[in-house]
Design a protein around this ligand. Structure first.
Ligand code: NAP
Length: 464
């Protein structure tokens, strides 16, 4: 009896592998949302529909007769981890990173400052953020902190012509807001330089090529130190990204085209304060400190150091795209610095004293961003899932995971959830929701119109 907590790419790749590797494995996949697919549904940008094709593969996994989906079940609320561990031989935690890093600077909680995750969940119709009060009409400028691929996604959605989004699965409230948006300038702020930018070439090329958008990169920011050159030469991706920025700087300077919008890449600036409006109710801008780079001891990595030279940038929409964060569960050990559950090839480690040997929690595993931290693309989870499933199979073969008749698996969990009145969503129920969303989308020429609340989903399924 295997239980997987989380139905995103990591959880479903792990399920697929286990089904292939063990003819006896019976797998139950839990998700706190009524819908499966995690980040593919809530994270992947609506104008990247081709990336979502992987849901066909995941649907085949979910429709296996040896697998059951339990949507709308929140572990830690509807059922405790300790209960799952009593019901299943194997529990795999795959619930990802559903929180954000914070900057810890004044004004971070002002209205108008959001994390990129919240903004992404808003335009992707995630039930937690569908009602986020995003105002795209208060100024002509949006600031994005961070220069990773999430920041690039968010910039692209803000800058792309709305006509190009109409035929995607973007949430209808987001499409309406973007249609009325007054944002003409987007600033992407990096605390380090163009040699350290963390987005990848494909994503950068796409945003640089947006129709009607003038890209501004200051040539002075493109000067490289000797260590920068070493860094760039050590990574093909960084080299390509740097070349693209250089080309963009040249094109911007010589362009005679007229543009509707601007995208500014700003380097060597770190945020020090979110500035409030006079009434103190919302954000009006950002205080930035110029930085220089300093080599970290014993590493090729360079870090940004403040120079005490400050400047202000006005905006009433500031999105922090400085990395996702996983949340701890129960009293399991958790590495707060790296934002992951300490593990040995996916085996969850017990809290042990500093000099004690690492000890594993029997039958408990972790996969995906919760295992390795919030980096990597969807495909990275395939490799991660392979590693974890190999650990499980090895533990079964070595007798660490003996078949325990007291583990009731699916039967036991179903009784428990029914007793508690949890309105769980089965795979068949999800198929009804899926068909409904596709039908609603077709009326508007969209691949689907996502339901934005759990209540709506439960209603469509007809669970009372
Ligand atoms: P990321 O690539 O790690 O980028 C985080 C950004 O935040 C970096 O620019 C980082 O700068 C900056 N940052 C972190 N702490 C900061 C601080 N205290 N002050 C100022 N800046 C700070 O993460 P991400 O963009 O959230 O993406 C997560 C993962 O998902 C990545 O692996 C990404 O490739 C992947 N993803 C892929 C796609 C795609 O393939 N299309 C789309 C979205 C996401 P430093 O470099 O200076 O730390």
């Amino acid at each position: 009896h295997v239980c997987i907590v989380g139905s995103g790419p990591a959880g479903l790749y792990a399920a697929e592998k286990l089904l292939k590797l063990s003819a006896e494995a019976k797998i139950d996949v839990f998700d706190r949302l009524p819908s499966p697919f995690g980040l593919v549904r809530s994270g992947v940008a609506p104008d990247h529909q081709e990336t979502k094709i992987v849901t066909n593969q995941f649907t085949r996994v979910l429709s296996s007769p040896r697998l059951a989906f339990f949507g709308n079940v929140c572990v830690g609320k509807d059922i405790e981890l300790i209960e799952l561990r009593k019901l299943y031989d194997v529990v795999v935690l795959a619930y990802g990173s559903e929180s954000d890093n914070s900057l810890g600077i004044p004004g971070e909680d002002l209205y108008g400052v959001f994390s990129a995750r919240e903004f992404v969940w808003w335009y992707n119709a995630h039930p937690d953020c569908a009602n986020l009060d995003v105002d795209l009409c208060a100024s002509d400028t949006a600031i994005i902190l961070g220069q990773g691929n999430v920041a690039i996604d968010v910039a692209r959605i803000l800058l792309r012509r709305v006509e190009d989004l109409k035929s995607t699965d973007i949430a209808h409230h987001a499409l309406r807001a973007l249609n009325k948006s007054s944002i003409k300038k987007v600033y992407l702020i990096g605390r380090r330089g163009p040699a350290q930018i963390s987005c990848t070439a494909k994503e950068l090329r796409e945003v640089l090529g947006l129709k009607g958008v003038n890209v501004v990169v200051r040539s002075s920011d493109l000067a490289l130190s000797e260590i920068d050159v070493q860094e760039i030469n050590a990574s093909r991706i960084h080299k390509r990204v740097y070349e693209l920025l250089n080309k963009a700087a040249m094109n911007g300077k010589h362009s005679l085209e007229s543009y509707e919008k601007e995208l500014h890449f700003v380097f060597y600036r770190q945020p020090t304060e979110f500035l409030p409006t006079e009434d103190g109710h919302r954000v009006s801008g950002l205080r930035l400190e110029k930085t220089v780079l300093e080599k970290e001891l014993g590493s090729i990595r360079q870090r940004a150091v403040g120079t005490r030279v400050f400047e202000n940038l006005s905006s009433s929409l500031i999105l922090k795209s400085i990395g996702y964060k996983s949340l701890p569960l129960d009293n399991l050990s958790f590495d707060h610095r790296k934002g992951l559950i300490p593990n040995l090839n996916g085996r969850v480690l017990r809290v042990v004293s500093k000099d004690g040997d690492p000890e594993c929690e029997p039958g408990l595993y972790v996969v995906g961003w919760l295992k390795r931290g919030p980096t990597g693309i969807i495909g990275t989870n395939l490799i991660c899932a392979e590693e974890v499933t190999m650990s499980i199979i090895k533990d079964v073969e070595s007798g660490i995971l003996a078949n325990d008749p007291s583990h009731e698996g699916r039967e036991g969990v179903t009784v428990l959830l029914r007793e508690r009145g949890v309105k769980f969503i089965s795979f068949k129920d999800w198929e009804k929701i899926n068909a409904f969303e596709i039908m609603e989308g077709a009326k508007k020429g969209k691949p689907r119109e996502k339901l934005i609340s759990v209540e709506e989903a439960v209603k469509v399924v007809g669970i009372s």
